[in-house]
Design a protein around this ligand. Structure first.
Ligand SMILES: [Zn+2]
Length: 101
């Protein structure tokens, strides 16, 4: 799911330069990696709108994850041998309560 213009709060810019939790690269608008809000468990799959279900991730990862649950995203990365897989696996482990709410 890509963030729509208009629903990105200005505060997201505070995350510029911080590492994306899904790929570990710095979130950098100049490189197509602007910070965006992801719903860990997608709204379309019953995920809540609560803060606990949100992660700030780069637009590349958000676009690749789309409306998948984060576990489905991890499986996709593992199948492709994508270098982001270990970061996403660590994110799931460190955010168990949000992932399995
Ligand atoms: Zn990322």
């Amino acid at each position: 799911m890509t963030a729509q213009a208009g629903d990105v709060p200005p505060l997201l810019s505070l995350y510029d330069g911080k590492p994306c939790p899904y790929c570990a690269d710095p979130m950098d608008p100049a490189k197509g990696r602007k910070p965006t809000r992801d719903h860990i468990k997608p709204k379309s799959r019953g995920g809540s709108l609560a803060d606990g279900n949100r992660a700030i991730v780069c637009e590349r990862c958000n676009g690749d994850k789309k409306n998948k649950h984060i576990e489905g995203f991890l499986l996709k990365l593992l199948r492709k041998g994508d270098a982001r897989a270990p970061h996403v696996a660590a994110f799931i482990i460190n955010n168990r309560e949000a992932v399995y709410e």
